[in-house]
Design a protein around this ligand. Structure first.
Ligand code: F6R
Length: 604
């Protein structure tokens, strides 16, 4: 979602701020702005749309100054307009903000009583107005910002800059991540390490409730109760913040192509020659239930994993999307664990579900891509998925690495619960070890998919079908396609077809069927025949055995290498992603930053 950058520098900061905001583009945004202090005077520039609009504005109306803050906004309260864009300015105060100030309406009433009225629709402006009110009443910037901070409810990260103070930024974290970067005679603040990467690799992550006074000589950090806090400085590995396309047209293309390599990394971390390599404290024997909760693509990873935990370990599983789970306040057996899957580790609904579960179950587990994330810190056990930074808004390599990590956990559960023999475990590990190679073969279908995509791009509606663990993959395929190509798509368990969706079938509706030649193959083929009998155009994705028996009458086929049950979804994710990618390219949409979407959804 929104991105924050702040610099107390030695040189002009406007170019640095814009450059950092570019690195934060992947988070998703619809307007951007910067503010600087020059000779004690605060000024700002803001523009709707892509950063190029802000850069153009700065060419015509440059902004000088060596201290500045910047922001990319993903609209929540108020439309994406210049007026609503950050930084918000009121008198001597400039503020940028991620997240939501939940009590902004009450705060507006307080401001109205003092004769101050908002000029924008945003919750953020309230912070600037309140801080200004406190300064008008005689408080210095630090005291004014802290007095304001204590009044705010919600989940947010804030950064203040002040008129007349070109050596001070005030940062606060409550719910949304924020980090401080150290330079020589320069200091930085960013919503993540990626924003700060070209300027520094020495970073301190603020903890929940922390606030900091940042000057060019360093940062004084305080915890929620106002006590001085010593937070670790970390040196960030350059590779972990690399956001280059490396010759690919889009980050998404690069991230799809990286999957054999990153899956190999994840495997090396969790599977050793002699078996599984998981942290201590993960003994599944005697467990009554596992609850898996996530949002979006991560939820579909959980939905696939449910099949694995049940079939490989005989472990009863419940799955839910986090936005429903958190408010239905479900009863959870004490003798159960809850597992949360999140690429970012910051998704507001998933985090709330984790916090709810922590009160009810014996153990919480976070499966995340960002090891420094809030979920990783708050869960009893954190398992990184080792996908490396994912920049494309549509999740690809994180999905397959989530699946791999969940597969390893399901195998561990199978052994712990006596459901799998050592021989069966060894056979399943062989299947997992073969996956990177098979993925390379699957990537070889990219050109064929690009040709088929020309036709898919003309469709208004597309259906995806699959059975067993391939049925959540059908839903993931549909999600991927709709989010980046804007074509309406639905994924169904193929057995559900005749309970309603079959009414949609006609000549113009492509139906994409994921069907490896497994024990459910014949069932899926029957559903596929029902589609073809109604002139539906079937694209069958299967292996050589499957294609040899069921290609007749299809519109097109795609050949995948053979993969042993039950891990086919990890391999079949690749054609699903490539279908979405090439269809979006054929339509000419913004693949890496599709409209209305944000990479890390830190508001509910
Ligand atoms: C879709 C996609 C989203 C995310 C969802 C959860 O391609 O990326 O559906 O999966 O917003 O995000 P995380 O995994 O960060 O919790």
């Amino acid at each position: 979602m929104c991105g924050i950058i702040g610099v107390l520098g030695k040189h002009e900061v406007a170019p640095l701020l814009v450059e950092s905001l570019k690195r934060l583009e992947y988070r998703g945004y619809d307007s951007a702005g910067i503010a600087t202090v020059r000779d004690g005077h605060l000024d700002r520039r803001r523009a709707v749309g892509k950063l190029v609009n802000l850069s153009d504005l700065l060419v015509h109306q440059p902004l000088a100054g060596k201290s500045g803050i910047g922001h990319t906004r993903w609209a929540t309260h108020g439309a994406a307009t210049t007026e609503n864009a950050h930084p918000h300015l009121s008198g001597p105060v400039a503020v940028v903000h991620n997240g939501i100030i939940e009590n902004f309406r009450e705060l507006r009433e307080e401001l109205a009583a003092a004769g101050i009225h908002p000029e924008t629709e945003t919750d953020t402006e309230t912070v600037a107005l309140l801080t200004r009110l406190h300064m008008d009443r005689g408080m210095a910037p630090r005291e004014a910002a802290l007095t304001t901070l204590r009044k705010l409810d919600g989940a947010f990260a804030l950064l203040w800059l002040f008129d007349g103070e070109d050596d001070l930024m005030i940062a606060a974290r409550k719910g949304s991540p924020l980090c401080i970067g150290y330079g020589t005679g320069e200091m930085f603040v960013g919503s993540d390490a990626i924003a700060l990467a070209p300027m520094t690799n020495e970073i301190t992550y603020l903890e929940e409730g922390d606030y900091a006074f940042v000057t060019r000589v360093g940062a004084e950090i305080f915890d929620e109760s106002g006590r001085r806090a010593n937070r670790d400085k970390q040196v960030i590995d350059a590779g972990s913040v690399q956001v280059e396309k490396a010759g690919y047209k889009h980050f998404m293309a690069k991230e799809i192509a990286e999957q054999p390599a990153v899956l190999g990394d994840a495997l090396r971390n969790y599977v050793r020659k002699d078996g599984l390599n998981l942290p201590d404290g993960l003994d599944f024997s005697g467990l009554d239930r596992l609850t898996l909760v996530a949002c979006g693509t991560a939820f579909y990873a959980c939905s696939v994993a449910k099949y694995w935990f049940e079939s490989l370990a005989g472990l009863p599983c419940e799955i839910d999307v986090a936005s429903e789970f958190r408010y239905r306040e479900p009863p959870m057996p004490k003798n159960s664990w809850a597992l949360f899957v999140s690429q970012s580790g910051e998704t507001a609904d998933t985090l709330a579900a984790l916090r709810y579960s922590a009160e009810h179950v014996a153990k919480t587990i976070a499966v995340v891509n960002v090891p420094t994330s809030t979920m990783a810190r708050e869960a009893d056990v954190a398992l990184p998925i080792h996908a490396g930074i994912e920049v494309g808004v549509a999740s690809t390599k994180a999905f397959t690495c989530q699946l791999l990590t969940l597969a390893v956990l399901a195998l561990k559960a199978g052994i712990d619960r006596g459901h799998l023999s050592p021989e069966q475990l060894a056979a399943h590990l062989e299947t997992l070890r073969a996956l990177p190679g098979l993925m390379n073969t699957a990537l070889g279908t990219s050109d064929d998919i690009a040709r088929l995509a020309e036709r898919l791009a003309e469709a208004q509606d597309i259906l995806f079908l699959g059975r067993g663990p391939l049925s959540p993959l059908a839903m993931e395929g549909a999600l991927k396609l709709k989010e980046i190509s804007y074509i309406h798509a639905e994924g169904y368990a193929s057995g559900e077809l005749k309970h309603g969706p079959i009414a949609l079938i006609e000549r113009t509706v492509p139906v994409i069927v994921f069907a490896p030649h497994d024990r459910l193959f014949d069932k899926t083929v029957s559903n596929m025949q029902e589609v073809m009998a109604r002139h539906g155009q079937v694209l069958l994705v299967s292996d050589s055995k499957g294609l040899a028996t069921a290609s007749e009458g299809t519109w097109a086929t795609l050949k995948m290498p053979e993969v042993a049950e039950p891990f086919a979804p990890i391999l079949y994710a690749l054609p699903a992603q490539l279908i979405a990618y090439h269809t979006a390219c054929a339509k000419g949409t913004d693949v890496d930053q599709p409209r209305n979407l944000a990479k890390s959804v830190t508001v509910e």
